[in-house]
Design a protein around this ligand. Sequence first.
Ligand code: CMP
Length: 140
Amino acid sequence: MGHIEKSLILIKPDAVERHVTGKIIDIYESNGLRLIALKMIKVDEELAKTHYAEHSGKIFFDELIRYITRSPLIAAIVEGQNAIEKVRKLNGNTNPEMAEYGTIRKKFGVNKTENSVHSSDCGENAEKEISLWFPEIEQI
Ligand code: CMP
């Protein structure tokens, strides 16, 4: 079994640009996850750098910030049994080339930077990311 969790999802600029957001949301919903919040925003540099703070200083950081701020993305919160691990499995490996067949990144990802989706990697980060991306929502 497991317990009910929430995870923060980003459907990133490359996926919005290629009109596949509906297909991606369908995959989460078809796998028992419930959308409890969703919005489209063009991310500013400050939010991008806060979200990706752990990658600050890495060689791909500047490219990552440029990419995530270049056009609107969708931020969403999903809820369900073992949501964090479930979403990670549905997303697949960070690198679309390495991702398992059937995963979102294998189907839609372009490369390591433009990999279509982001999701929280653990409970602690899910809480942090939910309050960062949805400060208007009361925390539980
Ligand atoms: P995400 O799950 O959003 O978390 C960090 C992001 O950094 C990751 O997805 C990729 O988009 C990006 N990333 C991670 N590793 C690399 C890399 N080696 N080169 C370029 N981008 C990367």
